[in-house]
Ligand binder design. Structure first.
Ligand code: EPZ
Length: 421
């Protein structure tokens, strides 16, 4: 297993090119099941999760070619409608092949996605959305067994205990596009990744209105054609490097980023005293020399502050001149990174879904363990500013969602290396 060695103290400066969005790619790749034509998806990052989705589609019988950041899904029908446990259990997002299989082939058998370290992640809203279109869904031997003679448009209210659900909205949309009649999704997720999926489906010939708002209208069509599509840049990768610039008293230009997808973060970084300049081709983030000011964060569904940047923002807030309160409203238990940051000298107290972060002057390098994708990124950020050497193990978590992280950071001045254990 690889680990990362980070020597802290270097100021970051220069340009980082932002990759395509993992969380847009996964449902877009799954959508290719809806057509028998060829699809060409570009700006696809080289990530473990993307490979997993490609392996799932291949296991369903799709022929796939990859060249650089372009994935070509060849014309042809699937030959199998079973998505096996071995693949699905490694990535929750695999659940989004369920909708397209039911919509296009009238049946599917998809392994129940496993739990996750960031908290219980039920799929009741997915099942609710698909059932509202007439799908018959049973859970048998750890699999969701689905069938649908004729899907019929309907109303799906997808508001859950923690608000809207990104993938339940996407799964329902992926099913409704081939249903007879109109479907209305209420309390739909508004994340840019949902809009990007709607963009791809529309390019395939789907009839969708209101993606990016809480009410999405889908008028079913008979068939969907193949399409070529370019995926949006990754706003969470963007946010992670914006925070890195501030933490290292640096100045970074994030090329290809879409600042309008990170307004909640820009608002908080500005409160912390950061200079953020939005440009047509990206965003520039520079710290003004003074230590960042403390601020309070509450994670919410989009356009609120993203839960996928909570851990990284906590790393930044460990080094402010005051006390910051972080409330996690999407995954109330998503604080596995706290003990590792405290191991590096941070002063963080947990109180249920809230973390109280008392700013300290310095962090010190230590041996720490990555636990999930975003927590790992938070430890890398802490390592960049800590005194001395930080050793981060289990970085396979990072490879799931950050393309060429250590190369990108090294190119702007970081002292970071990957070592095989
Ligand atoms: C997406 O997951 C992202 N993953 C997650 O990013 C992200 O954390 C999450 O949205 C929230 O922004 C992908 O897009 C692949 P949800 P998703 O359904 O869709 C509860 C990363 O780091 N819920 O919006 O699975 C759920 O437990 C990953 O890249 C139900 O109760 O998240 C959570 O508390 C991690 N029932 C809340 O809703 C359901 O049926 C939001 O989850 C579904 C969800």
């Amino acid at each position: 297993m690889d680990k990362l060695i980070v020597e802290g103290g270097n100021r970051l400066s220069g340009t980082i090119r932002i990759s395509g969005a993992k969380n847009a790619c996964l449902p877009i790749l799954a959508a290719t099941v809806l057509t028998e034509d060829e699809c060409v998806i570009s700006n696809v990052p080289e990530l473990k999760d993307v490979s997993t989705m490609i392996n799932i589609l291949s296991s369903l019988g799709k022929k796939i070619e990859r060249a650089g950041d372009t994935v070509k899904v060849m014309a042809g029908r699937v030959s199998n409608v079973v998505a096996e446990y071995d693949l699905v259990s490694t990535m929750r997002a695999s659940i989004v092949v369920l909708g397209p299989l039911i919509a296009k082939y009238g049946r599917a058998k998809v392994s129940f996605p496993g739990g996750c370290i960031i908290g219980p992640r039920p799929i009741d809203l997915h099942l609710k959305g698909l059932r509202s279109l007439g799908a018959d869904l049973k859970v048998e031997e750890g699999y969701i067994v689905a069938s649908a003679k004729k899907l019929k448009g309907g109303r799906a209210y997808l508001g859950g205990h923690f608000g809207s659900s990104v993938l339940a909205t996407s799964n329902t949309m992926l099913t409704a596009v081939l249903a007879v009649g109109e479907t209305v999704i209420e309390d739909a997720a508004c994340e840019p990744e949902v809009s990007d999926l709607a963009g791809f489906l529309t390019a395939m010939g789907a009839d969708i209105e209101g993606a990016g708002t809480p009410t999405i209208r889908i008028r079913g069509v008979k068939n969907l054609a193949g399409a070529s599509y370019r995926v949006i840049p990754d706003r969470i990768e963007t946010g992670t490097y914006m925070i890195a610039a501030v933490m290292t008293d640096g100045c970074l230009f994030l090329e290809n980023a879409r600042p309008e997808h990170n307004l909640a973060l820009i608002d908080k970084l500005t409160e912390c005293g950061t200079l953020v300049s939005e440009r047509a081709d990206g965003v520039e983030v520079c710290r003004s020399g003074a230590p960042p000011r403390s601020t309070h964060i509450t994670t919410l569904t989009y356009p609120g502050f993203p839960t996928d940047l909570q851990a990284q923002m906590m790393s930044l807030l460990t080094l402010t001149d005051g006390i910051s309160v972080i409330t996690e409203k999407i995954y109330p238990e998503r604080f596995i990174h706290v003990s590792e940051l405290n191991r590096m000298g941070a002063n963080i107290l947990l109180e249920g879904p809230t973390a109280i972060v008392k700013g300290v002057k310095d962090l010190s390098g230590a041996q720490v363990m990555a636990s999930d994708l975003r927590a790992s990124a938070a430890l890398v950020l802490a390592g960049l500013v800590a005194e001395g050497r930080t050793e981060i193990s289990r970085i396979y978590h990072l490879d799931r969602g950050y393309e060429h992280l250590e190369e990108k950071l090294t190119a702007v001045g970081a002292n970071i290396e990957r070592e095989s254990e």
